[in-house]
Structure formats: structure tokens, C-alpha cells
Ligand binder design. Sequence first.
Ligand SMILES: [Zn+2]
Length: 386
Amino acid sequence: MEAKLRTYTVGEVCNGFVYNELEGKGLYGLSGKLTIQPEYQRNYIYADGKKDVAVVQSALHSYPLGIFYFNKTEGDRFEVLDGQQRITSLGRFVTGKLSIIDDNGIPQYFSSLSNELQQRILDTPLLVYECEGTENEIRKWFETVNIAGVPLNHQELLNAVYSGEFVTLAKQEFSNSQNANVQKWSHFISGAVNRQDYLACALEWVSKGHVKDYMSQHRRKADISEMKTYFNCVIDWIGSVFTETEAEMRGLEWGRLYETYHTTAYNPEEVQQLVTQLYGDPYVKNRKGVFEYILGGCNDKKLLDIRIFDEATKRKVYQKQTAEAALHDTSNCPLCAIGHEAGRKKMWKLSEMDADHVSAWSKGGATSIENCQMLCKTHNRAKGNR
Ligand SMILES: [Zn+2]
């Protein structure tokens, strides 16, 4: 790969700047010769009134704007490899789509600046490496550079490395904040649409975790129907089992849960009752675990992280049990005491015992001192497994 350093001005790069408001994309610059957002690039994410304004302020104050990288495609045409966010911010300002707040707190558009300030911005130099190489070389290098400002995240890198028709279509569906389904999906998926978190999730689900293999196999296919269908199946399944949405549903491993449980039949009304009951249970510490706990038939209490007996309670119960056991010359573990082995007179130390719910928590037993008994570790483990 070859890279030549040269200088453009902001005026040159923003000449012919086109911004697509609907898709939130900077499209062209450099009199039409520069493609600002190639398909593998992430969406424009600087439009938050801070990062985009900071770029313009930097130009106004003659602060360096960093290095830009263009990739030479054919003839004298280029696409932006790195610098798309900065160029789009400058282009939006110069074309009157972005304002900054001046020292007096007044919003200023480009057209309202003095001629001198306008010229200062247009003359700001941009240091550009123009790179030429095979697609493979460029992608490899792109993976390595990983961008000043907001670094590419994992999925954005994968989109760059496996760019092609599949990624283009997949982004239209899953990285598009205009998609009317996003609102519904956001109940179950965490992260941001424009940072590719929904696409990452769809890929994770359909590939059962083998995202790279899946993207590589489908790279040249102009067809995302398998991924789309699978994704919708998972979303529909969640809605058919859990009729109400809870905040804690967001970001669960729904792909894995679907694979494990979608062939089991559930009664949505019973499920909803269980959710309500567990949400109201003060001993349930982990609400995120409620859904898998119910799907799995309410067996795996570890998922709920049930509140345990505190140390003071354990010590009190231990002392009471041990004093009584000494009177009757039996073990202080009630289960050892009724056994037939040599252990039935064994006196355990506090550190050798664990607290147990006499009446099981899962059957409504409380985590209170009246419902606490100390068992030797062996008996406690045996009881817990039943
Ligand atoms: Zn015991």
C-alpha cells in the first residue's frame, strides 16, 4: 500500500458537500470527487451539538484537526477512510445545517459570521494521507488504524472488514433509526442503533455466536432474509411468552434463551403472574434472572440471587442450636443428629456450617431468623440440590 501526504483546505473538501438529512449521512465533497461515507463506514454520530460543534470551534481557533485518510478508488476519485465524522461536521456548518454558540451566547450560522471568520474556516488546512492499495490491504490497515475521536467498536470493524452487499442490506434493516420497528426492539436489545448494536445482536442470534464466520459466508450475498426471519422469530417468541415488557428484559441473551426454550409450551397468564410475584418478592436480588428462571421451570434459584441470611442471624442460630445440642449430647447439625453414622454426635464449628431456609424460599419461606437453621456443609449442599 502507498500513502502520500497532501494538504487540502476545508473550502476545497466541503465544495459540493451534500448531506442526507433522512439517513444522517454526509455524502460527497471535493467537488464531487470524494465519497464521504462509503457503505462500510459507520453512520454520522457527531451530530450531538458537542462533538460536531467542537470540530468547528477547532477550525475557528486554528487548532489542529488531526490527520485524515482518503482511499484512492479509481481515476482521481477518493473515499474517506478516516475523518468522515469531522468532514461531515465541517460540511454541515459551511452549508448552514449546524450552528455554534459564540462568546456572547448567541447561535451563529456560517452565513452570519464575518467575512474574515468565514474565510478563516474555509482556509483551514486539512492534512490528508491519500492511500492506494488493494481492497485487502486497505481493509487490513483500516482495522489497525482504528480512528481518532470515537473509536470504531467491534461491530463497526467487522462491517468494514466484511463490507459488501450483505452488510449494506443488513445496515439498512438493523442500523437504521428510521426503521419503525426499532422502538419495539429496544425493549429487548440494549445499545444504540447507529453504533451497530442491533445489527450485532441480529448477527449473534442467527449465527449462534459465530458472527465472523457468518459474515464471511454471506458477504457477497444480496440477501439478509435468513437473519431477518430468525431475528423476528426471537422477538415474536419473547412477546408471546411474556405479555408485558419490563426494563430488565433489555439486553438479555434472548438468542440463547430462544434456542433453549422455544420448543417448550408456556401459559402466558401464568408466566405473567410469576413475573409479578417475583418482582414483588423482596428476597429476589437479581430481577434480570427472573425471565430465565421462569423459562427453566422455576428450578434454578441461583439466577435470582436470593438474599441470604446475614452473619448476625447465622451466629445467633448457631449458638442456640449448639447449646441445645450440648444438653442432649447430639450433633449441632439437626440432620447429622438424626442420622445413624458416627457423625450423629459431631459438634461442627460455625465455619463448617451453612444457613438453610427451614421452609424453602421457593415455597414462600422467609429469610428471617425464625426460618433459619444451620446445617453442616454436606447436609446443606444435599438439601439444596433437591
Ligand atoms: Zn449434618
